[in-house]
Design a protein around this ligand. Structure first.
Ligand code: SF4
Length: 376
């Protein structure tokens, strides 16, 4: 497929790996922020092909994983109410709340539906004027424009029975929180290309300068990731800390101005709690005052929640890059994608799910590693 296969070329991958090996003279730790990048890294065994001592730390960039338990419990409570059609992307249905998930709510009679776009939820609201239709609007900056447009469209179409349960998060404050942690080992970042395709690169130079870390905007295919790593270690070896755009086919420095305009109109910045991490100031968006009447949290007063994280789940440490998924005792035994204890085992972008899918048996990764070793 055009624009995919070119970025899987083994000869170019070997060349980039050779360049990385020739550049690196000492141990470095880079964090890939995005869960999509984590899956690509683990799926292709990229971390195992890098020189010894060059570590990729998996960051908190899975939107489903970082949605706070309290918000999941609110979703469960709203979805259980008579007269509500609760709409969500499929990943969220298996994410455990306190004692149950959206699948369980559906099994107990709740009208929970999987949609593929927030606009599907608008259509449901149009076709069911006597029902309350709630869309679970989660995600990073990437999904914010579509969700913002849905809210604006609901207002334009006068769909008074539509509302959105918003749990949007923003990457730059998370980077700040990671760097401020006393346990932080991160020396450079691979920034998420799709986030920057919306937001541009303007939020990163100040962070790069303040924490003296290179930030390389990186795509998702194997060659994209190797090129991001190559640029980041080249900067580290030179003692530099710049923002570089290694994903120019999708990212412009000024982002997507039309998307930024709709985000600015519909959302306002707020403090947001991240699951397993805690509250990060200014790290989220909620609906702006002009759209507050479409905010499901505002419309459905949900009180009396008693959230309880599974005691054995260490996803907070996984999301902060302090623990690799297979180091969790429950990994692959009590916790599997069919029976997850934490969101990081559920989501298609979760680090635990990536390790379960691609590393549990070791086959393809080990084979790639052995082949690379044979080639020297
Ligand atoms: S393997 Fe399961 S229990 Fe362990 S951190 Fe990941 S999601 Fe939580």
């Amino acid at each position: 497929m055009k624009y995919i296969e070119e970025f899987h070329d083994p000869a170019l991958a070997r060349k980039l790996l050779d360049d990385i090996r020739a550049t690196v003279t000492r141990p470095w730790a880079l964090m890939e922020v995005c869960g999509g990048q984590t899956h690509s890294i683990i799926r292709h065994g990229i971390d195992q092909l890098l020189p010894d001592g060059l570590e990729l730390i998996h960051g908190p960039g899975c939107p489903v994983c970082v949605t706070p338990l309290e918000m999941i419990d609110k979703a469960l409570e709203i979805a259980s109410r008579p007269g509500v059609i609760f709409c969500s992307f499929g990943d969220m249905l298996r994410v455990p709340g306190t004692g149950r998930d959206l699948f369980r709510v559906r099994g107990q009679g709740g009208d929970v539906r999987v949609v593929y776009s927030p606009l599907d939820a608008l259509d449901l609201a149009h076709r069911n004027p006597d029902r309350e239709v709630v869309f679970f609007g989660i995600g990073f900056e990437t999904t914010a424009p579509a969700n913002a447009m849905a809210v604006r469209e609901a207002r334009r179409r006068g769909l008074a029975n539509f509302s959105m349960l918003v749990s949007h998060v923003r990457v730059p404050p998370a980077i700040e929180a990671i760097m401020e942690s006393p346990k932080c080992r991160v020396q450079g970042f691979l920034a998420a290309g799709h986030v920057c395709s919306v937001m541009g690169t303007g939020e990163y130079p100040e962070l790069a300068a303040r924490y003296r870390v290179p930030v390389v905007v990186t795509g998702f295919e194997p060659l994209d990731i190797l090129e991001g790593v190559r640029r980041a270690v080249r900067q580290l070896e030179r003692g530099e800390h710049q923002v570089e755009n290694a994903y120019p086919r999708a990212v412009r420095d000024d982002g997507n101005p039309a998307a930024l305009r709709v985000i600015e109109e519909v959302f306002e910045v707020t403090d947001r709690s991240w699951r397993g991490i805690g509250t990060i100031p200014g790290s989220g968006w909620r609906l702006a005052p002009g759209y507050r009447d479409l905010d499901a949290e505002h419309r459905f007063a949900v009180t009396g929640l008693h959230t309880r994280e599974p005691a054995r789940c260490r996803s907070g440490e996984v999301l902060q890059g302090l623990l690799k998924p297979h180091e969790c005792e429950a990994f692959g035994t009590d916790c599997t994608p069919r029976s997850p204890l934490g969101a990081t085992m559920v989501s298609s972008e979760g680090a635990c799910a990536a390790y379960y899918l691609y590393r549990r048996l070791g086959g393809p990764v080990r084979a790639a590693r052995e082949e690379a070793t044979r080639r020297g």
